[in-house]
Design a protein around this ligand. Structure first.
Ligand code: GRG
Length: 293
C-alpha cells in the first residue's frame, strides 16, 4: 500500500534531516527555528520521488538520502520565505503557525538561508563510491539551477509580478513549470543519475516529472478552492485573496479538472514506456492528483 510506503520513507527522511541539522555547531535559536519548520510534517513528496526513482532502477534507496533531504531542505526554506510578510504573508503552514510568527521575521529569513546552504553542503559531502567528484559537482549545479533564478526563485519572482493581472494559460504554465516544477523534477532526475540511467531513460523521466509537476500545481489550485484549511494545514482561499491567476479561474473548475486528468495521463504514458519497475512512481502520481492536502 502506498500509505505504508510513504510512512516507511518519511521515517527515514525525517531521521536523516534531524540528524543533519542537529549536528551543526549553530546557535540554539537558529537550530530550533530550522527544526521547527522541517519537523512540522510536510508530505516529503520530493524526497520520496527521488527514493522511488532509485528503487525503480533496482537501487538501494538509502544511497539517495543525502540528496533527497537536500531537496526537502530547499523546499522547506522556500515555504518559510514564501510565508513572510514581504511575500505571501501567511500565518499557517503545515498545520502550525508560520516560522516568522514563532521566531520573528529576521530569524525566519536566517533559518531559510541556513537550510538552503546546508543543502549544498550535504550534496557536496556525499560519500558514496559510486558517486565521483565530477558527478557530485554536477548534482550541486543541477540542484542550484532548479532552485535558483532559472528555476524556483525565478518562478516565484514572475509569480509576484503577475499578481493582480489575468494571465494567459501559457503564462501561468510557464510560472508553475519554474516555481513548482523544477524542484519536483530535480529529484526524479537526480535519482535516475545516481542509479546510472541511460540518457533516453532520463529524457522520458524528465517528461514524466514535467507533467507531474503541472498536475501537482493544478491539484494545489483546486484544493485552494475546494480544500479544507484544517486538513491542508495552510489557509484555503488564499489565491483568490491575493488576486492570483489559477487554473480553476482561467479554465473553470471543470476545465482545471480535465487538465489535471490530461497531465496525469501524459505522465503515466511516459513512465510506462520505461523498462523499469515503475510501480511506486505510478502510485505516487495517483497520490498527487488525488491528495487532499
Ligand atoms: C528567495 C526570499 C526568497 C524567497 C523564495 C521561491 C520561494 C520564496 C517560494 C516558493 C514557494 C513555493 C515553492 C510555492 C509553491 C509550491 C507549493 C504548492 C508548495 C507546497 O508544497 P507541498 O504541498 O508542501 O509539497 P508540504 O508541506 O507537504 O511539503
Amino acid at each position: 500500500m502506498i500509505e505504508e510506503y510513504f510512512r516507511e520513507k518519511i521515517q527515514k527522511v525525517d531521521a536523516f534531516l534531524y540528524e543533519q541539522i542537529k549536528q551543526k555547531d549553530a546557535p540554539d535559536e537558529l537550530t530550533e527555528s530550522m527544526l521547527y519548520s522541517v519537523e512540522a510534517g510536510g508530505k516529503r513528496l520530493r524526497p520520496i520521488l527521488l527514493l522511488a526513482t532509485m528503487e525503480a532502477f533496482g537501487q538501494n534507496a538509502e544511497r539517495g538520502l543525502p540528496i533527497a533531504c537536500a531537496v526537502e531542505m530547499i523546499h522547506t526554506y522556500s515555504l518559510i520565505h514564501d510565508d513572510l510578510p514581504a511575500m505571501d504573508d501567511d500565518d499557517l503552514r503545515r498545520g502550525k503557525p508560520t516560522n516568522h510568527k514563532v521566531f520573528g521575521e529576521a530569524m525566519a529569513v536566517l533559518a531559510g538561508d541556513a537550510l538552503l546552504t546546508l543543502s549544498f553542503e550535504l550534496v557536496a559531502g556525499i560519500e558514496d563510491r559510486h558517486v565521483s567528484s565530477q558527478m557530485k559537482s554536477d548534482l550541486v549545479a543541477r540542484l542550484a539551477r532548479s532552485a535558483g533564478a532559472e528555476g524556483m526563485v525565478g518562478g516565484q519572482s514572475a509569480d509576484l509580478r503577475a499578481e493582480g493581472r489575468t494571465l494567459s494559460p501559457e503564462e501561468l504554465e510557464n510560472i508553475h513549470l519554474h516555481k513548482t516544477g523544477k524542484l519536483l523534477s530535480f529529484p526524479v532526475e537526480a535519482g535516475a543519475l545516481l542509479a546510472g540511467a541511460a540518457p533516453g531513460q532520463i529524457d522520458l523521466l524528465n517528461q514524466f516529472s514535467r507533467h507531474l509537476g503541472l498536475a501537482f500545481q493544478i491539484r494545489d489550485d483546486i484544493l485552494d478552492v475546494e480544500g479544507d484549511t484544517r486538513r491542508m494545514g495552510k489557509s484555503a482561499g488564499s489565491d483568490e485573496n491575493k488576486q492570483k491567476s489559477t487554473y480553476p479561474q482561467l479554465l473553470t473548475m471543470e476545465g482545471a479538472k480535465q487538465k489535471l486528468a490530461y497531465h496525469l495521463c501524459e505522465a503515466k504514458q511516459c513512465l510506462h514506456q520505461l523498462d523499469i519497475n515503475y510501480r511506486r512512481l505510478d502510485e505516487i502520481a495517483d497520490y498527487i492528483v488525488q491528495r487532499n492536502r
